[in-house]
Design a protein around this ligand. Structure first.
Ligand SMILES: [Zn+2]
Ligand SMILES: [Zn+2]
Length: 349
């Protein structure tokens, strides 16, 4: 069975669980680990059964809980190399330090580590996940680390009490989140345009126009079911149109209503950014695609990443309904809206 559960969608956090065959992946980790696990349980999903995390791009609403969640579950994270580098830069400190200050801080951290009893070192991983970052040198870039945990070594999936599973690794304890907020149990790189598999799920990443380092959308396929995933894009270029065909499910951004955005509270520079070719899709742009370029094949069309300030669910829905007019039937194009604050009911095939 293939199952698709949007746990959250919008500028305060994005997370979706996709199951196919014996594989279960998380697409983006934009909620805190605690909230992510809470919503998974609400939606009847078991966090400990996740096999991997796949990331679309490094914006905070897509990676906010990434490090804590990956550490907690001991599972690999799939990025493009550009997104991984940008994520690591995002976690680095914003302040400048002299070399002498840096040396002093590293010495202090080493002394603290030596003095800490073991239990406290584990607890440190549970500290604030919005960590400001430290000056600990980065792990060597370009390297692919190996997975530290297998499915049968899954930890108790609680963000509060479970020890970091990677702490048991025989090659030594991983750095605490405080010491190295960029450490992950395992990192795998993929490239837009080059399909790859995670267990029973095949993943085709494609480039999308958005103001991030190397943002992607995905087409997932498993058991003959194809699911398209395209949020956070300024417009729909031909390569994206090409990908979003022959789908059983389409998750498409319908971010803002143009008038609400123009008249709304955002500063002009932010409005310009959202409206730009590397910003977000408006209700009109999503509808235009649905009316003119979409092949009408999907059983479900889910509108996602709706702005809470510059959109209303009803405006997005009505625009898409109009665009899909004549195509909606009992079997195709059932229109759903993904929400920010509660999971959407699981969709199964
Ligand atoms: Zn986003
Ligand atoms: Zn984004």
């Amino acid at each position: 069975m293939v199952r698709f559960t949007v746990l959250a969608s919008g500028s305060k956090g994005n997370c979706t669980v996709l199951s196919g065959g014996r594989t279960r992946i998380l697409v983006d980790a934009g909620l805190s680990c605690r909230e992510l696990f809470r919503r998974m349980q609400l939606a009847g999903e078991e966090p400990a059964t996740l096999n991997a995390i796949v990331i679309t791009h490094e914006h905070q609403d897509h990676v906010n809980g990434l490090a804590v969640t990956a550490r907690k579950l001991g599972i690999p994270v799939y990025f493009t190399e550009g997104t991984h580098r940008a994520w690591m830069r995002w976690l680095q400190p914003r302040r400048q330090m002299s070399y002498a200050q840096w040396l002093e801080m590293v010495r202090k951290q080493a002394a603290e580590r030596q003095a800490e009893p073991e239990a406290e070192v584990v607890e440190n991983d549970l500290l604030d996940e919005s960590n400001e970052g430290s000056l600990t040198p980065l792990p060597v870039e370009n390297s692919v680390q190996t997975a530290a945990a297998s499915l049968d070594q899954l930890p108790d999936p609680s963000c509060d009490t479970a020890p970091d599973p990677a702490s048991d690794a025989s090659d030594g304890r991983p750095p605490s989140l405080k010491d190295d907020p960029t450490w992950l149990p395992a990192i795998e790189y993929f490239q837009p345009g080059e399909p790859f598999s995670i267990g029973d799920i095949c993943i085709s990443p494609f480039t999308i126009p958005h103001d991030a380092a190397d943002p992607v959308g995905f087409v997932f396929s498993s058991e003959g079911v194809r699911l398209g995933f395209a949020t956070d894009l300024g417009y729909i270029p031909p390569n994206v149109r090409e990908q979003l065909r022959d789908l059983d499910l389409l998750l498409l951004e319908s971010n803002h209503d143009l008038e609400m955005l123009r008249d709304g509270p955002y500063p002009w520079s932010v409005k310009q950014r959202v409206l730009s070719r590397v910003g977000h899709l408006s209700n009109d742009a999503a509808s235009e695609f649905l009316a003119a370029d979409y092949d009408g094949q999907a059983a479900y069309v889910i509108l996602g990443h709706l702005s809470e300030n510059n959109n209303l669910p009803e405006l997005a829905r009505v625009a898409a309904e109009r665009a899909l007019l004549g195509r909606a039937s009992l079997l195709a194009n059932r229109l759903l809206l993904a929400a920010q604050h509660e999971p959407l009911s699981a969709i199964s095939f």
